[in-house]
Design a protein around this ligand. Structure first.
Ligand code: FRU
Length: 507
């Protein structure tokens, strides 16, 4: 490439139309699932399903990035490439602290456990890294779990189970998950299966995860979360993420809820292939997950170039018992994101009705909005974001008190033309009779993440508004409410050094 061309490319890097400013996206080409999320020697690693040959899904590699804080990412060389056993599908990475695998000469190191996919037949394989994830060697006796007959057999997530001193693998297999155990990550024994008649089955089960969480922060009262995503038929249509709450004894997972009950992690349409980080230190104690921010119904068509897809912001999950006794996951944006805040708007104690828009004259494109609202004597209220009065554009984040529905309506959000499945309104039904509510909203160039009531209900949706659709509105229909407090923070770009090449490696 000529000097002038590379200069031009560097200038537009991470400033292209729709380019996420505080979400991870690859510099160019296609990305899907997060893989191998792990914390090791002070760094968070994010591997991901990647096709370096184009801007649509193709032969899968593992791309790689790392970070000190899960906010600012540094691109690294591709970690795993297809080989004679097939493409490299989704999987996980663990730290083998005590060299159970024998790869590390008595020390410790990273082991990746992933799916090899060869002409539709999938088996499980491993690779190890002696240099903190930079380069990988595939194990000579791959696959470690061969397969000839099971259709859709993939996405191993592995963790160390202290009570049984075993590695446990949870694997998606058609309409259920299968659990395997191992002492050395090389030889695996089938333990049990779960889910054939539990939860939602609108599509193939993919990308499972299994971890324990304290109930209401009580370390002596732990439950297990089995998260399983489905390829179609999820709550907002297309692909999405469900979870089960249960017990796990090292062999079998038991659902504590009735089999028919489906719990959704996210009620928006763009939250898939969820995975949580492995090996976050006990002193930290957080369980942090993120997801691919797209949907298989249109992921290959979204109007972005030269990259396709971004990850959600990382979210800390907690298990809380709600007023009616249900155990529910609550999601919180990780606190590290606060470093991006630049304060902009603050409103306190304001009684508002349909005649006024307290956010009139404000313009924001990439921002975080937090609002606590009480005395809810209205039919509906909420926010219009990325709005343009001139172009009649805008995305509505609303709460309807007549129907008890929380929603994101992206019908008029901007470019919706690339797929019939994209337009629409995504809804979560919430408990009746709330008199004080809290919205926590993250808006990037092409996405909205809404955390409602301390993350009890979450919606994630892509949007593709015009650059100059930046007006804001707080709207109310049929009554009045009190804005207890409302804060808007402009968020700094995590890619601001990108044009100097500071975070650029390879590709
Ligand atoms: C989920 C998925 C996984 C598979 C990968 C292939 O989005 O279909 O099941 O491993 O993508 O890219």
């Amino acid at each position: 490439m000529s000097d002038i061309n590379s200069l031009v490319e560097a200038r537009i890097d991470y400033r292209e139309k729709y380019r996420p400013q505080f979400h991870f996206s690859p510099r160019k080409h296609w990305m899907n699932d997060p893989n191998g999320l792990v914390f090791y020697k002070g760094e968070y690693h994010l591997f991901y399903q990647y096709y370096p040959g184009g801007n649509t899904w193709g032969p899968m590699h593992w791309g790689h990035a790392k970070s000190n804080d899960m906010v600012k990412w540094q691109h690294c060389p591709i970690a795993l490439e297809p080989d004679e056993l097939g493409m490299i599908f989704s999987g996980s990475v663990v730290v083998d602290w005590h060299d159970t695998s024998g790869f590390f000469n008595g020390g410790d190191g990273l082991v990746a456990i992933f799916t090899h996919s060869n002409e539709g037949v999938q088996s499980q394989s491993i690779a190890y890294s002696l240099d903190e994830g930079q380069t990988w060697t595939k194990y000579e006796n791959n696959p470690v779990i061969p397969n000839e007959h099971i259709k859709d057999f993939r996405d191993p997530k592995v963790f160390w189970h202290d009570d049984t001193q075993n590695w446990i693998m949870v694997l998606a297999a058609g309409q259920k998950v299968m659990l395997y155990g191992s002492t050395n990550l090389k030889n695996w024994t089938f333990l049990s299966e779960f889910g054939e008649s539990d939860g939602a089955h609108g599509g193939v089960w993919e990308c499972p995860d299994l971890f324990s969480l304290p109930v209401n922060g009580d370390l002596l009262n732990q439950k297990w979360i089995l998260q399983v995503d489905i390829g179609s038929g999820a709550v907002a249509g297309g692909s999405g993420a469900q979870y089960f709450v249960g017990e796990f004894d090292g062999t079998t997972f038991k659902n504590v809820n009735e089999a028919e009950k489906t719990l959704w992690l996210d009620f928006g349409k763009d939250f898939y292939a969820t995975q949580s980080f492995s090996d976050i230190p006990i002193e930290d104690g957080r369980r942090i997950l993120l997801a691919w921010m797209s949907n298989w119904e249109y992921a290959n068509e979204v109007p972005t170039s030269p990259w396709r897809s971004a990850m959600t912001i990382p979210r800390e999950v907690e298990l809380r018992q709600t007023a009616n006794g249900d155990l529910k996951l609550h999601q919180h944006p990780i606190h590290e994101l606060k470093q991006l805040r630049q304060e902009k708007i603050k409103i306190n104690n304001r009684v508002v009705n349909g005649e006024m828009n307290v956010l009139k004259d404000q313009k924001e494109e990439v921002f975080e909005l937090i609002a606590e609202v009480e005395n809810l004597s209205a039919e509906e209220f909420g926010f219009e974001l990325r709005k343009s009065s001139k172009n009649k554009q805008g995305t509505i984040v609303g709460y309807n008190l007549l129907t008890n529905e929380l929603f994101i309506d992206r019908e008029k959000s901007g470019d919706v033309s690339f797929s019939k499945q994209f337009k629409g309104k995504h809804v979560a039904t919430i408990e009746k009779g709330l008199n004080k509510v809290k919205f926590h909203i993250f808006v990037d160039k092409s996405s909205i993440e809404l955390f409602f009531q301390e993350g009890e209900v979450v919606l994630t949706d892509l949007i593709f508004p015009d650059d100059d659709s930046q007006e804001l509105a707080f709207y109310i229909k049929g009554g009045e409410v009190t804005i207890l407090n409302l804060e808007v923070y402009v968020l700094k770009s995590v890619w601001e050094d990108e044009s100097e090449g500071a975070t650029k490696v390879n590709e």
